[in-house]
Design a protein around this ligand. Structure first.
Ligand code: KE4
Length: 427
């Protein structure tokens, strides 16, 4: 029995599914999850000492790879000054100044400890600000596990084929309307039918929880116009895309100004930092200034914020995103070409350091088209790549990530591994 199998067997006795987050259990791909014990640059090392080139990057945060010396140095310096104070620190101010400088739609921002907290708080704030209750979200988008948003969520729930979660009261789910991503007509109908009830529209402006789906031309602009017209709050959930696809996130790429934005992952550099922010008149309704309560013992934790600040400093280096986008395109398009050459209908799409690999002839435009991907072939490819020392996201419904530590050596090794993997699954 391998060490991974032994650890998994023991973990399942004490931790539901043996994991602390469902997608890690390999339920979507089968087999034994790898228990990692060390990460270094573009690589992770499992309990058996096996090395993998990592295309999950902790689901996005590790923009510069594992254990980047600048990030570790910042964390060590912070740790030596104490772990937490439950009081304001200058580091949180520095993080607020950095986020507001990099993302102009953020007039004010509040730090929290997870993307779920960020979206849950943004929803409550939008409801408090508008005095309305209805939320509009998109099928296949995942915004964390807050009750109001676990209605046809993507990511883990989709992977397990249960698009809505147990334990969410029907009364709560009834307040969340779900329409297809990129379906402008459906959004217009929703606003025509109950526009004056809608507190907020929340959207992944590039969807990364039903693999990787781009907004259709004009889609985000339409959301912006309809929200403005009906007094609804437009929330861009950039927990995954923020500082991942571009320095200013998707909102910078498409020139759309949301009313609120949620952030996470990259801004914590691998430690628990997330945030929500936006229009001052909306943020001003938050306690202690206004009636909408939101709080957190470890919000703005100085050690975690130090990691995030170091991560963002590295991201501001000239040309970083051009380089990252180029490398991501090279590796993902290279994999797709090798799949096509082996006779598989594989295609790839990427923006910045985030990508999708699809076992279908063309990139999907919504959840229904994502579900047409050949999941069985993906799963066989996933395991063949794992055997070749390449760690892809363990689900056909997740996006992948490249870091600044993925250099030409890692890219060439990945492409050679893909060639062998396609040959193996073809046989
Ligand atoms: P967390 O609560 O997991 O920090 O963030 C929730 C969240 C919110 N919004 C978006 C757009 C997200 O992608 C996420 C979390 N993403 C998943 C990856 N599909 C995290 C991985 C996991 O659930 O283990």
């Amino acid at each position: 029995m391998s060490r991974n199998e032994e650890l998994f067997e023991r973990s399942r006795k004490l931790i539901p599914g043996g994991v602390n987050s469902p997608v890690r259990a390999f339920g979507g791909v089968g087999g034994v999850p790898r228990f990692f014990q060390r990460g270094e640059g573009a690589r992770v090392f499992d309990a058996d000492g096996q090395a993998y080139i990592d295309y999950v990057c902790s689901w996005g945060p590790l923009l510069h790879g594992h254990a980047h010396p600048d990030v570790l140095k910042a964390v060590h310096a912070a740790v030596d000054r104490g772990l937490s104070f439950g009081a304001p620190t200058g580091l949180e101010l520095e993080m607020a100044e950095t986020l507001c400088a990099l993302m102009p739609s953020l007039e004010q921002v509040r730090l929290v400890s997870s993307g779920t907290e960020a979206t849950m708080s943004a929803i409550r704030l939008a409801r408090g600000f508008t005095g309305r209750s209805r939320i509009l979200k998109f099928d296949g988008c995942y915004h964390g596990h807050g009750d109001a948003l676990l209605v046809k969520a993507g990511s883990g729930a989709l992977t397990f084929g249960q698009p809505s979660s147990g334990g969410v009261p029907p009364e709560v789910a009834a307040l969340t309307s779900v329409v297809d991503y990129n379906d402008e007509a459906a959004v217009r109908r929703a606003f025509a039918d109950y526009g004056n009830e809608i507190a907020a529209v929340i959207v992944e402006p590039i969807a990364g929880n039903m693999n990787f789906v781009l907004p259709a031309a004009g889609f985000l602009q339409t959301l912006r116009e309809l929200c403005t017209q009906h007094g609804a709050v437009l929330i861009f959930d950039e927990v995954m895309t923020g500082f991942r696809v571009a320095l200013g996130g998707v909102q910078a790429l498409y020139g759309i100004r949301p009313d609120l934005t949620t952030l996470g992952k990259v801004i914590g550099g691998g430690l628990p930092v997330a945030a929500f922010g936006g229009r001052r008149d909306i943020m001003g309704r938050l306690a202690p200034m206004g009636p909408v309560y939101q709080a957190g013992t470890l919000s703005g934790n100085p050690v975690a914020v130090s990691a995030g600040l170091a991560n963002l400093r590295l991201a501001r280096q000239d040309g970083f995103y051009d380089m990252l986008g180029e490398r991501t395109r090279e590796v993902t398009e290279g994999i797709a070409l090798r799949g096509q050459a082996a006779g598989f209908p594989v295609c790839a799409l990427s923006v910045g350091g985030m990508f999708g690999l699809f076992f279908r002839p063309a990139p999907p435009r919504n959840l229904a088209e994502v579900m047409e991907c050949d999941r069985d072939t993906f799963n066989r490819f996933f395991h063949a790549m794992l055997d070749e020392g390449v760690y892809l996201a363990p689900s056909a419904y997740e996006a992948g990530f490249v870091s600044g530590a993925h250099g030409s050596v890692e890219i060439q090794q990945t492409l050679a591994a893909a060639e062998r993997a396609f040959a193996r699954i073809k046989a």
